[in-house]
Design a protein around this ligand. Structure first.
Ligand code: ATP
Length: 217
């Protein structure tokens, strides 16, 4: 398991911290506001009060021992930027930073951080996908237009074989796993009969996956 430090325990930072804890990681939460630090003290591995615009305050936290430092200060970009500059001068290599505008993105790109996170935009894209393709529970982008999608099988598809979904695209669509209640069926065959509420995980190009939507309703 990894060790993470999360700077700024607003809605985004605290949610990321809690999720990392649920996944079994070690999380150090840092915030300038003592009430916020008190609130998360019991939920995180450790929570400390610090003003991260102060170089010495950051130096005392020994953040070089963490796998990734996530800077999750959204509304005060000057504080976020100063914090990133201090982290870099302390030799911290893996820094993820929340950005809220393209100007912030550009500045962070020039400074050089590991990853710039746009939570609102990323969530907006996910919500739009969910509204447009309600049968798609979740997805992962593999790059180059390739995706892995998690599909929920509708009532209408109860009893039909997987090939009715992949028909005509067998060369590019790869059913990876079928989950039925607590059972997992790796690499289900084309004639595997689906049941309502099965979860089917398929890899393939986004354009082909989109074209399947009418078959999945
Ligand atoms: P959200 O709640 O959606 O995450 P946000 O990104 O606007 O909104 P902010 O209020 O900007 O959240 O900041 C997140 C946290 O960062 C707050 O809890 C705030 O106290 C903390 N913070 C702000 N400045 C500093 C600082 N200099 N040092 C440490 N923590 C700070």
């Amino acid at each position: 398991m990894a060790q993470f430090a999360v700077i700024g325990l607003g809605r985004f930072g605290s949610t990321a911290s809690r999720e990392l804890m649920k996944m079994g990681h070690t999380v150090l939460g840092i915030d300038i506001d003592h009430k916020i630090v008190d609130k998360y003290a019991d939920e995180l591995t450790q929570a400390v009060i610090a003003d991260v615009t102060e170089h010495n305050a950051l130096a005392e936290l020994a953040l070089e021992n963490y796998d990734v430092v996530l800077v999750a200060i959204g509304s005060d970009f000057q504080a976020s930027l100063l914090c990133v500059v201090h982290l870099k001068s302390l030799g911290i290599e893996k820094i993820w930073v929340k950005a809220t505008s393209s100007a912030e993105h550009l500045i962070l790109t020039k400074i050089g951080v590991t990853r710039i996170v746009h939570p609102e935009e990323e969530m907006g894209i996910r919500i739009a996908q969910a509204l447009s393709y309600p049968m798609v529970e979740d997805y992962i982008s593999l790059g180059n237009g390739e995706f892995i999608v998690e599909l929920t099988i509708s009532q209408r598809l109860d009893g039909v074989p997987i090939q009715r979904i992949t028909e005509g695209h067998e060369d590019v669509l790869h059913p990876l796993l079928l989950k039925r209640k607590t059972h997992l069926y790796p690499h289900p065959a084309a004639d595997f009969a689906l049941q309502h509420n099965d979860t089917l995980i398929v890899a393939g190009p986004l354009a082909t996956l989109r074209a399947l939507a009418p078959r999945l309703r």
